[in-house]
Write a protein that binds this ligand. Structure first.
Ligand code: HEM
Length: 130
């Protein structure tokens, strides 16, 4: 059960970032694909299922958010990823703002993957310590 759920969680994580990069590419190339219904609704379904899988794992492993610094780091960074993702794809007024937000969102995502693998808020830096 745990391994299946973790596999589902990681698959959604890959789908989420792949969808984000694709929509980013379509936005910068002014593609009409962005207006398709499936492109507008799909990411919400993927991200909701993704979040549920993460919360489910937290319950399955009996983790407490207060005790797990890496979990707090992950959740906070997820919010940062969502906000900068929204600036990049929706709210940003200029191409510069959207482009910068896009890169910040990607870097935040990279940080979260490091946190997930290392189970440490130090993320990728923790690799050097272990
Ligand atoms: C962009 C956001 C996220 C990414 C990229 C991500 C990525 C990952 C990855 C790659 C793993 C597998 C780590 C391993 O091999 O052990 C994992 C595990 C896990 N994730 Fe996430 N995750 C994200 C968001 C979340 C959120 C929001 C939660 C909780 C609300 C969460 C909870 C967990 C838990 C509990 C595990 C299992 C840890 C363990 O095996 O001990 N994740 N995540």
């Amino acid at each position: 059960m745990y391994l299946t759920l973790k596999m589902i969680h990681v698959s959604f994580a890959i789908l989420s970032i792949a969808g984000f990069v694709l929509r980013g590419a379509w936005m910068f190339s002014h593609s009409s694909n962005l207006r398709r219904r499936v492109v507008r609704v799909g990411p919400h379904i993927i991200d909701t299922a993704f979040l549920i899988s993460g919360i489910w794992l937290v319950f399955l492993l009996h983790l407490t958010v207060r005790e797990q610094a890496w979990l707090i780091a992950k959740i906070v960074a997820l919010i940062v990823y969502i906000v900068f993702g929204a600036i990049a794809l929706r709210w940003g007024k200029t191409v510069q703002i959207r482009g910068t937000a896009f890169i910040v969102a990607l870097l935040t995502y990279l940080y979260i993957v490091g946190v997930a693998l290392q189970k440490s808020p130090a993320s990728w830096i923790a690799f050097f310590g272990s």
